[in-house]
Design a binder for this molecule. Structure first.
Ligand SMILES: [Zn+2]
Ligand SMILES: [Zn+2]
Length: 379
């Protein structure tokens, strides 16, 4: 069965804010909760869909991946492992689920202990992709709070205490009927630690929102759509925990002269009709800023291709280069002067019916003649 669009499931616009999402989710989850619809399998199915959609969209990183790749982002492990954690136990009843969903979004000590990954996008020129480039990327991120040194505590020297409720695990177990339910620790919200005297600047988080500019090295030979991972350059972790990663999506602007295909470069070069007929030499530019002379043999046709070895694109993590292909397009002269017209008329008179001048033309019309003859005899 095809999966519904997550935004459609929650009945929100694609640009819905985190708040809108939360509101929409609360409303629908209330409506379809199994406790309110006992025995209604449709409602149960709907409730699962709502939870799955919200679990993805409430997480900026997952939402970004979903916006870009759709459901495929979470199939086969999705973006670099992680994947989607499906399955919600209903055993705990309404309160437990709501605590999981609304309790600050923390579900387990492991996840709350590292900073979030962030993503950014840069657009570079084809020439920058050829040489490699250092580009500045501006990101909205969270950085360690200076006021408390990232500890989250107003008293810099007092590190956060291990949470007494969960013993640092971030989760607690409780017996509910037949089931043992594990849920987020209500005291520390899953962090495993509690700050007795929270820092006023960051409210105990240990991190503060900041805008940051990073110089990112784009390697030579990078492909359009490449994602570069900068380990540890994501958001600072809460209370001094390890930071997340930064993912930079690289796109390459189209070039007015060159088209790239992997390591090869194609360049379309228009030739004057007389140039193509008489032959000669044309100078063509190369992506590295140099130029190369290409010998055009007499009688070159539109679409003929010439290869310049080693004049193509750079290859990622290699000193090799691909080839450049010159594709010739013969241009029919237009806006003729009187003299040019006379010359061409004389040329036309002299070449009409001379098969060796335009063999393809003559061959085609010979076939046309045969075709018409065959039609006349057949009919
Ligand atoms: Zn705890
Ligand atoms: Zn602080």
């Amino acid at each position: 069965m095809a999966k519904l669009d997550y935004y459609a499931v929650l009945m929100v616009e694609r640009n819905a804010s985190a708040d809108d999402l939360k509101k929409a989710y609360r409303k629908l989850a209330m409506q379809y909760h199994p406790d309110r619809n006992p025995g209604d399998t449709k409602a149960e199915q709907k409730f699962k869909e709502i939870n799955e959609a919200y679990d993805v969209l409430k997480d900026d990183q997952k939402r970004g991946a979903y916006d870009r790749y759709g459901h495929a982002a979470f199939e086969n492990g999705g973006m670099g492992g992680g994947g989607f954690e499906g399955g919600f136990g209903f055993e705990g009843g309404l309160g437990d689920i709501f605590e999981q969903m609304f309790g600050g979004g923390r579900r387990g000590a492991d996840r709350s202990q590292t900073g979030s990954d962030i993503k950014a996008a840069v657009e570079i020129d084809l020439t920058q992709a050829f040489t490699g480039a250092k580009v500045n990327v501006r990101v909205a991120t969270r950085m360690s709070c200076d006021a408390c040194g990232g500890t989250g505590s107003a008293d810099k020297n007092a590190s956060a205490d291990v949470c007494g409720t969960c013993g640092g695990a971030g989760r607690v177990r409780a017996q509910q009927g037949f089931f043992v339910v594990e849920r987020t620790c209500p005291t520390c919200g899953g962090a495993g630690r509690v700050v007795r005297n929270p820092c006023r600047v960051c409210s105990g988080a240990g991190t503060v929102p900041r805008e940051r500019t990073l110089a990112v090295q784009i390697p030579a030979g990078v492909e359009d759509g490449t994602r570069i991972r900068l380990s540890g350059e994501g958001e600072a972790g809460p209370r001094g925990a390890a930071p997340g990663d930064l993912y930079v999506h690289v796109s390459i602007r189209p070039h007015p002269i060159f088209q790239r295909d992997g390591a090869n470069i194609f360049c379309r070069v228009p030739l004057r009709m007389s140039q193509a007929a008489l032959g000669g030499e044309v100078e063509v530019p190369a992506i590295d800023g140099s130029s190369a002379k290409v010998k055009i043999p007499a009688g070159t046709q539109s679409g003929d291709q010439f290869r310049l070895r080693g004049k193509g694109f750079s290859v990622l993590r290699s000193t090799q280069r691909g080839d450049m292909y010159i594709q010739v397009a013969v241009e029919t002269p237009q806006n003729l002067t009187k003299r040019q017209r006379e010359l061409l008329e004389a040329f036309e008179q002299e070449s009409a019916g001379q098969g060796s001048v335009s063999p393809e033309h003559e061959g085609f019309f010979a076939k046309v003649k045969d075709f018409l003859k065959g039609m006349a005899e057949g009919g």
